[in-house]
Write a protein that binds this ligand. Structure first.
Ligand code: ZN
Length: 121
């Protein structure tokens, strides 16, 4: 049995990631680390502090927002639909993160729910 040499170059392919539409909103924020503001500016999240049913978001540019845990909130919709948004320069979001965000899709029936099993280890 001859070994087939594994010479397949590992290409860094931009894979689309899928999340469930009903994904836990705060988990999604923690995962994406992006915050679309009311003025449609996409900020980078520096920290998230969850207090009861709301989360206090601090962006890299030093702004603080309060998010409510709702899948139907404005922010959740912005993240899902990726409306035309400006990117905050002060937050200095790395371009790979923007690309990743753009490649993210939401599906009713397919994708990660970001539940415990995703966080194993
Ligand atoms: Zn910002």
């Amino acid at each position: 049995m001859a070994d087939i040499p594994e010479k397949v170059p590992k290409k860094k392919k931009e894979r689309k990631r899928y999340y469930r539409k009903r994904v836990e909103f705060f988990r999604l924020l923690q995962k994406m680390k992006l915050w679309p503001s009311r003025k449609r500016i996409l900020h980078g999240i520096k920290s998230i502090e969850i207090v009861g049913k709301q989360a206090i978001i601090t962006t890299h540019c030093g702004e603080t927002f309060t998010a409510y845990n709702s899948k139907n909130s404005r922010v959740a919709r912005h993240l899902r639909n990726k409306w035309d948004m400006k990117i905050c320069r002060a937050c200095n979001i790395p371009s790979w993160k923007i690309e990743k965000f753009k490649a993210t899709r939401f599906s009713q029936s397919y994708g990660s729910n970001l539940v415990e099993k995703d966080n194993e280890g």
